[in-house]
Design a protein around this ligand. Sequence first.
Ligand code: ATP
Length: 460
Amino acid sequence: MTIVGLDDTDSREHGMCTTYAAAQVAKQLRREAGAAVARTLLVRLNPAVEYKTRGNAALAIHTDCDPARAFEISQGVLESLAETRDERTNPGLVVADVDPDAGEDAIPASLARFSTRAIRDHLSRAAAETLITDHDYQSWHAGNGRGRIGALAAIGAWRALSDWTYEQISYREPERWGTPREVDHNSVFAAAAAGYPDVWDTVDRGENEPVCVPHTPGPILHGIRGDYPEAVHRVAEQIDSEPVYSSHLFVTNQGTDVHLRDVTVTVGADSGSGITEADTGAATTTTLQDGRAYRLDARVVAEPETRRGGHVFVDVEPKGVAVDDADSTASSPSTLSCAAFEPTKRFRDHVRALRPGDRLTVCGELAGGTLKLEKVAIRDLDTTDLVTPVCPDCERTMESAGRDQGYRCRDCGTDAPGKERTEIERGLELGWYEVPPCARRHIAKPLVRGGFDGPVHPER
Ligand code: ATP
């Protein structure tokens, strides 16, 4: 058995898409070598990587083709399809002589670790080259060869990950690439409603947007995502559109939240307070770093603020966590600034409704010292407020009796020592809130998929 990993074939200006290249490789493996293709993986890597064209996707094809033949065929496809006119396109191909289905240890552990790091961290080309040499894999690249990082990560993913979803991608006739897409709006919404909740992120009902249809010049007509192969296939079939040139099913880590690093506070460790990245196993104390995504518990410490452009910011205090960025916009070193940017639309209303004292779990990527919120769990709401006391006799609001002298009612002569706590109505419920489908990152897990530790308020 053989795994073919490939990455970095497309260009923002010229189009193309590595999923299409992978579908073509699968087709040629069947056609030219008579090989069987067991599955094609679409693996989303760290969404914060600066070199990405769009969604930081890498692809792996699991086939029974002889490795040398698979290499030859794949190289031919990449050479003809990769958009190397764009100097930022650096295609990479790696072919591993391993059987992905031969049990837990078939794929080397070092490769699985590389995949996890490619999803949650930043890797060097040298690290990829070392692994390729160590394992004697065949590889090819153009440009600076950066694509081999993603290609290798896609190969290791089958061992590294356990939560898999599906995407049925339908492609356009090549002569239509770059022209407006003809997809019947109503049929997309009807198919999305019929497929929900097994099929998700097909449309955004709040924005009236068919999010499964891209706006980019590339070959994709629509991509239908969900939990089961039959379900995504059925929804794709129900959409009325221009002719579908070809269609391919991908097994993917989309919608899984596997990019998030769990962070828990450790107080009183040897080096003082710090954070532990629970998923790494070892209790290492570290600081939050830009370009990585986190899930952490925090307390709101300031009123949310809507800034120019409609972006909503809220400062939280994740106890013991340091933020490794001098540009941090937070009001003090122990606070973390969280943002719900304008494109997250109605999600901002929930963030705006937060108040100091609320306890949360926040998820998102740290960029420029600010956590870009993807989802938030409200764990506890502060339901009390301090108000000026009311006179028990005349029921009018008392007035200040002077600095530190409490309040009094001039007419009735009653007084009170200070402000009083009163219960208030909150327009929020406990549980998980998420950005709407139109703002969802490929890798972020929609609440409708379940498995969250609290009530959920899914967006659709
Ligand atoms: P495409 O459809 O071409 O795959 P994309 O949005 O997925 O578009 P790429 O063009 O693949 O982005 O660019 C991402 C580049 O960054 C690739 O060369 C990939 O190997 C590399 N890369 C991916 N993840 C990491 C990482 N964690 N650290 C360093 N480099 C990475």
